[in-house]
Design a protein around this ligand. Structure first.
Ligand SMILES: Nc1ncnc2c1ncn2[C@@H]1O[C@H](COP(=O)(O)OP(=O)(O)OP(=O)(O)O)[C@@H](O)[C@H]1O
Ligand SMILES: [Mg+2]
Length: 503
C-alpha cells in the first residue's frame, strides 16, 4: 500500500513539473488553443452531446429555461437529494428546483438524459441601461449522440407543453400590468406580475342565467377550438366588448372568465403606453392562454378620428393620445392611435401568439369609434345591465343563502315588480345585502325599501325629464317659427322681400 502511495505521489510530482514546464515554454494563447483542440478531440470521440439552455438569451428571457425549470421541478421534489425551494411573493405554491450545479436524470421514450443546473457568478458589469442579474444561470442537457434527433424533435416540445400544464395547475395564475411605463425589467419583460386571486366566478356573477350560459359556452368553444380556427384560417383569438353602467360587473366578469378558463390576465393601461411600437412590444410579450384587458377604453386615450390619425396631423391634440403624460412631447412619435390599437387586436401582429382573448370595457359604448365596433373586431358585445329579477335571485342566494322557496310569496312579488323600475346595479344591491348579512330578514326588508325609494325617484326624474324635454321642444319650435316682422327671417325670404321692393 505504501508503495502504491509513493508511486502516486511521484506521478503527481511529474505532472506538476510538466505543467510548470508547459507554462514556461508555451504562452497562454497557445495553451488555450491546445486546450480547445484537446476538447474537440474529446468531443469527437465522446458518445455524448451537450446543449446549453441559458436563462437570458442576448437581452431577452429564454422561455425554454423557465419551462425546463418548471418541468424538472415536477419530479425533482421526489428524487432530488438537494433542492432549492422558492416561493414567489404572495404566491401560495412552493416550487422545487435543482440547486446550483446539481444534476438530475430524466427518461423520455426510453432514452435517458442528464440535466445539470449551472450557476456562475457574473463578472462585474460594464454600464448598461438594463442591469443584468448577478448570476448567470442555465441548464446543460447531456444526451447520447444517437438520440439527438429524437430529443430535439419531441422532447423539448414535450417539456414546453408539460411546463405550461404544470404552471396552470400548480401555480397561481398571474395578473400582469404595464404600470412601469415602457421600461423593461432585468429579464427583458415590460410586464409586472402578481398572483391573480380574484374570487369572482360565473356562479357568483349576478346576471341572466341564459346569457351567462351563452358566454360560458362561447368561452368553452373558443378554448377547445384549435382545429376549428386552423381549418378556417382564422387567428386563434376572440374579442369581447363589455359595456354598461358602473357597478354592473364588467371587471367581475373578466375575473370570472379568467377563473373559468384558468387563463392569466394582462391588464393593459393604455395611458402608460407611449406609442404604437411600444403597444406591439407589449403584445409580443404576452403568453398564450391569456386575457388581454383594456378597461374603460373610452376614457384611456382618445381613440376617435382614425382618418385624422392617418393624416399624421401630430399637432392636433384630438389625434394624439388623451393622456396628459404622453401628449405634448416634441418628438412627434409619442402617441398611440386608433389604427395602432386596431392592429394590436387584429392586425398581423396580433397572431404572434395564440389562444388569446381581448376584452374591452366601457361605460359609454356610444362614445366608441365605429371602427372598434364593426363586426368581426369584437366578436361578442355583452351588455351588463342593471340588476334584473333573475340576477337578484343569484345575489340573494350568494349573500344571504336564500333560495326562491325560502322567501315569502308576497315579498318575492314585490321584489320582482320593483327591481326593473329601481334601476339599481348589482354593486348597489350587494352593498345593502353585505351590510345586513347577519340579519337576513332585515336585509330583505331594507333592500325592498331601497328599491322602492329608487323606483319612486326614477319615476319622478322620468316625469321631470319628459316635462323638460317637452318644454325644450316647444321652445325650439317657437324659435324656429318666425314671427311677423321678426329679425330671424330666413335668408331666402329676405331675398324675396328685396325683389318685391325693387318691383
Ligand atoms: N353582476 C354582478 N354580479 C355579482 N357581483 C357584482 C356584479 N356587478 C357588480 N358586482 C359587485 O360590485 C362590485 C363592483 O363591480 P365591478 O367592479 O365588476 O363593476 P364594473 O362594471 O367593472 O364597474 P366600473 O364600470 O365602475 O368599472 C364588485 O366587487 C362585485 O362584488
Ligand atoms: Mg370595472
Amino acid at each position: 500500500m505504501r508503495e502504491y502511495w509513493n508511486s502516486f505521489a511521484s506521478l503527481l510530482g511529474v505532472l506538476a513539473f510538466c505543467q510548470s514546464l508547459l507554462q514556461l515554454i508555451f504562452p497562454p494563447q497557445l495553451r488555450f488553443l491546445c486546450l480547445k483542440f484537446f476538447n474537440r478531440i474529446f468531443h469527437l470521440f465522446s458518445s455524448y452531446c451537450y446543449f446549453d439552455i441559458t436563462e437570458i438569451d442576448g437581452v431577452n428571457t429564454n422561455e425554454l429555461y423557465n419551462a425546463v425549470q418548471l418541468y424538472l421541478s415536477s419530479f425533482v421534489s421526489i428524487n432530488g437529494s438537494r433542492l432549492s425551494l422558492t416561493r414567489a411573493l404572495n404566491s401560495s405554491a412552493i416550487t422545487f428546483g435543482l440547486s446550483n450545479n446539481d444534476c438530475i436524470v430524466d427518461t423520455f421514450s426510453g432514452v435517458t438524459v442528464l440535466w445539470e443546473h449551472v450557476v456562475i457568478q457574473r463578472q462585474s458589469q460594464t454600464f448598461s441601461w438594463r442591469p443584468l442579474p448577478e448570476e448567470k444561470r442555465g441548464f446543460t442537457l447531456r444526451i447520447k449522440k444517437k438520440n439527438k434527433s429524437l430529443i430535439l424533435d419531441s422532447y423539448l416540445d414535450y417539456i414546453m407543453e408539460r411546463s405550461n400544464e404544470i404552471r396552470r395547475k400548480n401555480q397561481d395564475r398571474l395578473l400582469y400590468t404595464n404600470s412601469r411605463g415602457g421600461s423593461l425589467d432585468s429579464r427583458g419583460h415590460p410586464w409586472e406580475s402578481v398572483p391573480f386571486k380574484h374570487p369572482s366566478t360565473f356562479d357568483t356573477l349576478a346576471m341572466h342565467p341564459q346569457k351567462k350560459q351563452e358566454i360560458m359556452d362561447d368561452l368553452e368553444d373558443f378554448a377547445n377550438g384549435q382545429s376549428f380556427y386552423q381549418k378556417t384560417g382564422r387567428a386563434w383569438k376572440r374579442g369581447y366588448l363589455l359595456y354598461g353602467p358602473p357597478g354592473t360587473g364588467k371587471s367581475s366578469m373578466i375575473a370570472a372568465m379568467a377563473n373559468y378558463l384558468s387563463y392569466d390576465i394582462y391588464d393593459l393601461e393604455l395611458t402608460e403606453v407611449h406609442n404604437n411600437s411600444e403597444l406591439r412590444t407589449l403584445l409580443m410579450k404576452t403568453s398564450s392562454k391569456s386575457i388581454i384587458v383594456i378597461e374603460d377604453i373610452d376614457c384611456s386615450v382618445n381613440l376617435t378620428n382614425r382618418k385624422k390619425n392617418n393624416k399624421r396631423n401630430y399637432c392636433d391634440p384630438e389625434v394624439r393620445c388623451g393622456s396628459g403624460s404622453a401628449c405634448g412631447g416634441e418628438d412627434g412619435g409619442n402617441s398611440i392611435t386608433l389604427s395602432g390599437l386596431l392592429n394590436f387586436t387584429d392586425g398581423l401582429w396580433s397572431c404572434c401568439g395564440s389562444e388569446r382573448i381581448f376584452v374591452f370595457t366601457t361605460n359609454h359604448i356610444e362614445k366608441l369609434d365605429p371602427a372598434l365596433l364593426r363586426s368581426g373586431r369584437m366578436d361578442m358585445h355583452i351588455y351588463m345591465s342593471y340588476c334584473s329579477y333573475p340576477a337578484l335571485k343569484i345575489l340573494l342566494k350568494n349573500y344571504l343563502g336564500y333560495e326562491e322557496s325560502d322567501l315569502d310569496y308576497h315579498v318575492l312579488k314585490e321584489l320582482s315588480d320593483v327591481v326593473d323600475k329601481a334601476e339599481m346595479t348589482p354593486a348597489d344591491i350587494s352593498e345593502v345585502l353585505i351590510k345586513n348579512r347577519n340579519y337576513k330578514q332585515k336585509a330583505v326588508t331594507e333592500l325592498l325599501e331601497a328599491m322602492k325609494t329608487r323606483a319612486d325617484r326614477n319615476f319622478k326624474c322620468g316625469s321631470l325629464r319628459d316635462k323638460i324635454s317637452d318644454e325644450e321642444e316647444q321652445e325650439k319650435r317657437a324659435l324656429e317659427t318666425p314671427n311677423e316682422g321678426s329679425e330671424f327671417e330666413e335668408p331666402c325670404k329676405e331675398g324675396e322681400n328685396k325683389e318685391k321692393m325693387k318691383s
